[in-house]
Design a protein around this ligand. Structure first.
Ligand code: UDP
Length: 475
């Protein structure tokens, strides 16, 4: 692969002084007039180091940021020609999981060419990771990405692009001043309610007493209709009020009752001491990071990638037999002037803590469901804190963690699954079905929150479906 820009390297060291917009998305770093500052531990956070040094990273103006983003524009596998002069079998909008899998499949299985047009400066979509320059720790730019799957096809597929290190993700939550396992298990309940449950049978009895049942008009038990009902049927009112209601409101600016059942269905409840966040048989992290997976997937002379390029600005210059669009479906149909679909976004506050050969917190991810820290009465406006050093057994004299907050606007992360958005999406979907020669694929185009494995499986299946006839002709 001809790489014209070093910013695509998976292990590139991103200097903290250039955590400018093209790198950081909504990443913020504590600043203090251009000087490093030393701050006391933030409310409710236990610091394992003696002091917490918050690194200033802002030294570029927004104009400089724009220029550097422009300079980093890159073309991969195009021999420096005008990438738009050629004709391709496929034009693919977006170099995230869906777009990259589609391009890889066309190249590998059918020898077809693809041009990928990527708006951001990098490949990999929200999976993009890099090595932080201050700490030498591999971090995700867009929040923690934990790979897990029950789909053998997906597991087999990803083996081609990385060496995978087994990793069973564990999450802790700070609730009522205590650090407890999430999802809820025996230890969570014992800690929060001062109980001594020992066995699965005892836990089942306890859960049964807590759980709420919903009945239909005929008195039969019915399925939960929204996320509040999901949580109440699983863990009951008390745990719902402590862990799920406040976290969900911070995350979505909506109460669980206002969101479809799929949001809280993601989190299981356990009747044993299993502290794993996921239950899938395959749980692992790519040894060299996610970005290198994308590099390998796209490392084919039949695939050309143009970054820093808005599809809508170059659309008229493209020559391709078919288009795969992985961006937000409402952006594609912006000319209709319809209401926009709602997306929830995230911001990340980056904190480097020096003189910390160990860790800042007790798990890679600690959730903070409550709005107030019970220990000190201070407001907690963030949802979780991620410490990447705990993933892939990384070592460093420092540590780095990201305080995650949710917000409106910015990069679209989460489709918001309520009735209004689902109805509006259906209208967009009807338009998409009529769009000749364009296939809408992925999380944003389907307005559905895919996990990484869902996105891969969906793209693989879509490729099979779209190429059934071509495969027959070849075979
Ligand atoms: N959630 C919660 N409390 C928690 C963890 C999760 O209420 O401690 C809810 C919240 O609404 C969140 C959803 O469960 O959006 C899904 O959680 P998950 O960890 O899967 O979210 P993601 O990692 O995808 O942001």
């Amino acid at each position: 692969m001809t790489r014209l820009s070093s910013d695509l390297s998976p292990l590139i060291r991103v200097p903290s002084s250039s955590s400018s917009s093209e790198f950081k998305s909504d990443l913020q770093t504590k600043t203090n007039g251009g000087k490093n500052i030393v701050a006391s531990s933030s409310p409710g956070l236990r610091s394992s180091g003696s002091i917490r040094k918050i690194m200033n990273t802002t030294s570029t103006t927004s104009q400089q940021q724009k220029q550097s983003a422009h300079q980093q524009s890159s073309i991969i596998n195009n021999d420096n020609d005008d990438p738009f002069a050629k004709k391709y079998d496929n034009c693919i909008v977006g170099a995230g999981l869906s777009g990259s899998v589609i391009a890889e499949q066309y190249a590998t299985n059918l020898g077809q060419t693809s041009l990928i047009i990527e708006k951001r400066h990098h490949i990999g979509g929200n999976c993009y990771d890099y090595v932080d320059a201050d700490t030498n720790i591999l971090v995700n730019l867009f929040g923690a990405h934990l790979f897990h799957t029950k789909h053998e096809r997906v597991w087999e597929y990803v083996q081609k692009f990385a060496e995978w290190v087994p990793y069973e993700h564990k999450v802790l939550g700070k609730v009522n001043g205590k650090i407890v396992p999430i999802p809820v298990n025996i230890d969570t309940v014992n800690a929060l309610f001062d109980l001594d449950i020992q066995t699965t049978e005892e836990m089942n009895v306890w859960l049964k007493k807590e759980q709420v049942e919903f009945k239909d008009d005929d008195g039969n038990t019915r399925a939960p209709l929204n996320s509040e009902e999901v949580a109440l049927t699983r863990v009951g009112q008390r745990l719902y009020d402590l862990i799920f209601k406040p976290y969900t409101f911070k995350q979505w600016a909506k109460y669980p009752a206002e969101l479809g059942p799929e949001v809280l269905s993601r989190i299981p409840v356990r009747n044993d001491r299993d502290g794993r966040y996921f239950s899938d048989p395959h749980q692992a992290l790519p040894k060299g990071g996610y970005t290198s997976i994308f590099e390998r997937m796209l490392d084919d002379p039949k695939i050309t990638v143009v970054t820093n390029t808005d599809y809508f600005e170059v659309k008229d210059r493209l020559k391709c037999d078919r288009v795969y669009y992985t961006g937000p479906i409402d952006s594609y149909f912006a000319d209709l002037g319809w209401p926009k679909l709602e997306y929830r976004s995230l911001s990340f506050e980056r904190v480097v803590q020096e003189d910390t050969p160990g860790y800042f917190q007790q798990a890679a991810v600690v959730n903070h469901p409550q709005n107030v820290d019970a220990e000190n009465g201070k407001e907690v406006d963030y949802t979780r804190i991620v410490e990447y050093k705990r993933m892939l057994n990384q070592t460093s004299d420092s540590t780095i963690y990201f305080i995650e907050r949710s917000k409106d606007g910015g990069e679209p992360y989460y489709p918001v699954p309520n009735k209004e958005n689902k109805d509006l999406y259906k209208r967009y979907q009807e338009m998409a079905e009529k769009e000749e020669g364009v296939t809408f694929v992925g999380r944003l185009a389907n307005y559905k929150y895919f996990n990484m494995d869902d996105a891969i499986l969906n793209a693989l299946e879509l490729f099979n479906e779209d190429t059934k006839d071509m495969a027959k002709r070849r075979g």
